[in-house]
Design a protein around this ligand. Structure first.
Ligand SMILES: [Zn+2]
Length: 133
């Protein structure tokens, strides 16, 4: 299950980034994964859960965005969506094509809790009289 290794390296990269933004609270991580990248999103989400449990990234949500598999025809220059792994140009029928997207595996964005930045200097009013459990 190589998704676990991928989740691990993503978590590491995210942690490094958050160290640079000290004091900010991370809410979610957005990942861009191509539909041709040989990664099962569900397994990756599961792997991320396992890895972050009990650590500094515990509770952080993991959003996966899939990108289409697209190719560029070297014969006529047409760019097209590859369906059912049919790597054939729909315009000229050439099979001399180059994949231009669909193999991504990258961090698209980090979602930061805005309030964590605003908390500084705000008088805390929620500290008292809140005893309902
Ligand atoms: Zn073509």
């Amino acid at each position: 299950m190589h998704e676990l290794a991928i989740a691990e390296s993503v978590a590491k990269a995210v942690l490094e980034e958050m160290q640079r933004r000290s004091g900010q609270k991370l809410v979610a991580v957005g990942l861009r994964i191509g539909e041709f990248s040989d990664v099962v999103p569900e397994s990756l989400e599961f792997g991320f859960d396992v890895i972050t449990k009990g650590g500094p990234l515990d509770g952080v949500k993991f959003h996966i965005e899939r990108t289409e598999l697209r190719a560029n025809c070297r014969s006529c220059g047409e760019q097209f969506r590859v369906r059912d792994l049919c790597f054939e140009c729909p315009i000229c029928g050439s099979r001399d094509v180059e994949i231009v997207s669909g193999r991504e595996l990258e961090i698209a964005y980090l979602e930061i809790d805005d309030e964590s930045a605003a908390v500084h200097g705000e008088p805390s009013r929620q500290a008292e009289g809140n005893s309902t459990v």
